[in-house]
Design a protein around this ligand. Sequence first.
Ligand SMILES: Nc1ncnc2c1ncn2[C@@H]1O[C@H](COP(=O)(O)OP(=O)(O)OP(=O)(O)O)[C@@H](O)[C@H]1O
Length: 269
Amino acid sequence: MISVQDVRVALDGTPILHGVSFDVASGSVAGYVGPNGAGKTTTIRLLTGALTPDAGRVVVGGVDVVADPVEAKRRFGYVPEHGHLYESFTPTEYLAFVGRMHRLDEAAIRVRTAAHLRFWGLSEAADQSMTGFSKGMKQKVLVSAALVHDPPVLLLDEPLGGLDAHAVLQTRALLRTLAARGRTVFYSSHLLDAVEKVADLVVVLRDGRVIQTGSPEEITTLGGGGSLEDAFGKLTASADAYDEAEVLVAEAFGEGGAELRGQGLGREK
Ligand SMILES: Nc1ncnc2c1ncn2[C@@H]1O[C@H](COP(=O)(O)OP(=O)(O)OP(=O)(O)O)[C@@H](O)[C@H]1O
């Protein structure tokens, strides 16, 4: 489970999170969504212990991240937005390296590495240097590395970067399967349709505050029906994107401006 209670953080003297609270039960997937700059990555940095809150409490896998950072780190796997892996390694070497850091025995490392690489269709590339890997292939290795020690909690920051349609489906199936087996999944993303399809719980963040928490159905109902994307637009009070695009094109190309607001000529049918 994950519990974040009344967390406040300032960075360089600027308050970024203003009393953020939410709970994610074991066996569920939480989608953490919010506009650019809302504070999603800052929250993940708190969950991983990379950042210490100025106030409040952060518990991951039942362990207080500030009080016992070493034990907390054993409880989660983390897929960062811009993950770094040692590209001169092969996937087999890299996953073994990560597994050894977690003190797994060699037999467990072999079994888990083979299973993960087979799942992602990377068995044939298992012993190739990752230097020439595509972004998606590297992302699959990063997800595998986050899971190699079978953590009770999985933290993902925009995990779908570079993944093709099939890999997106696989990721969704993997997250749902992990949740069904009792793991806790925390999934931060801008991709609302992806979140809608996988999450039991959606936490909507805006300007460093949780403005809504509920199932995808509850959030869309609160937003007046439609898709999670529509509800998100209303909840986060973002301007009508089609109106804004109209004004941009008009202003940038000298065809007038604000009077076009509301016409939304390019609007999808
Ligand atoms: N080191 C820092 N010093 C000062 N402000 C920072 C620092 N890091 C982030 N911020 C600010 O904190 C706010 C939240 O940033 P954060 O990266 O958590 O947002 P986010 O929701 O992950 O955004 P995005 O969706 O664009 O990745 C932003 O306004 C950002 O400018």
